[in-house]
Design a protein around this ligand. Structure first.
Ligand code: G1P
Length: 308
């Protein structure tokens, strides 16, 4: 099964990050020294993707600009040690074709994917949500492509989460376990409460889906949060008898950058795993750990002053 196209929805309003995202798209916020969206691109390219369709809106021009090819002439204006990051970006950009699709209204993830229906054709394709960053030797999307080809079916990335986190995710109900990491899915449910959740296996933002998803999205009405949910359309495919698998991505770390708190944690975790930063960050964390009691009492004092 050849999977060469992905849709990357990047037209969200980024309201959780306001005011940082008043002008700057959420996807352009940094994760260490790169914008979030660059990690998505790098993973797609390393997974052998040939066409990326970015779903955007009028506020996302800086994403397009970030991926503009930089001419040799312009590169020469940078000092050589600064140039390498841009040369690297050029190299990745060269390897893939881009197109931008407009989502005219912010009606949710399902609607964003549906907005790109005309560019996909009749083959299985990938979806990558930039809020989930996977970093590791073996790219997450490549792992899903392998499973999809092996099973000749749709496959979704899943990961165990604490039960109290199920209201943040789509959750799967298992039909059959095929191997330690591979499951056939019976149902999917978007953002169930802890008591409604059929498992603690959550959908992570990588999917390989059959193009039949567009028919399911076509008929979709709004679901939880008043949005057209991709999960609801996947549930329709399951009900129509389509086989869909869940696969636990192996050997990668996943960073959630979808909320300010998780984004901050991700920056810290990733810096601790990055050879250029880990020693100094670790040293810094040790220092502040020692001073923590002082900092904590100062922080409390400060917030009291602000509230008066
Ligand atoms: C989306 C999906 C959800 C999935 C999650 C993964 O939710 O709707 O099923 O579990 O991404 O990050 P969102 O984070 O957009 O609310």
């Amino acid at each position: 099964m050849e999977i060469s196209k992905v849709i990357v929805p990047a037209a969200g309003l980024g309201t959780r990050f306001l005011p940082a995202t008043k002008v700057i798209p959420k996807e352009m916020l940094p994760l260490l020294h790169k914008p979030i969206i660059q990690y998505t691109l790098e993973e797609a390219v390393r997974s052998g993707i040939e066409d990326i369709f970015w779903v955007v809106n009028s506020k996302k021009k800086s994403i397009e600009e970030h991926f503009d090819y930089i001419s040799e002439e312009f590169l020469e204006t940078f000092r050589s040690d600064k140039k390498e990051h841009l040369t690297y970006l050029n190299k990745i950009v060269e390897k893939v074709k881009f197109a931008y699709v407009r989502q005219h209204e912010a009606r949710g993830l399902g609607h964003a994917i549906w907005s790109a229906r005309h560019v996909i054709g009749n083959k299985h394709f990938g979806i990558m949500l930039p809020d989930d960053v996977f970093i590791g030797q073996n790219p997450a999307l490549a792992q899903l492509i392998k499973i999809a080809s092996q099973e000749r079916a749709s496959v979704i990335a899943i990961q165990e989460v604490p039960l109290s986190h199920t209201p943040r995710y789509g959750i799967i109900n298992i039909k059959k376990q095929l191997s330690p990491n591979l499951f056939q899915i019976r149902d999917v449910i978007e953002k169930p409460s802890q008591t409604e959740a059929p498992s603690n296996l959550a959908i992570m933002g990588r999917y390989i889906l059959s193009p039949r998803i567009f028919d399911a999205l076509e008929e979709s009405t709004v679901g939880v949060l008043g949005e057209v949910q991709l999960t609801d359309a996947i549930q329709k495919l399951l009900l129509s008898g389509e086989k869909i698998f869940g696969y636990k991505i192996q050997g990668t770390h996943r960073y959630d950058v979808g909320t300010p708190l998780e984004w901050m944690k991700s920056n810290i975790m990733l810096s601790l795993r990055h050879p250029a930063y880990n020693q100094e960050i670790l040293q810094f964390l040790n220092e502040i750990d020692r001073e923590f009691t002082v900092i904590e009492s100062k922080a409390i004092q400060f917030s009291k002053q602000r509230n008066t």
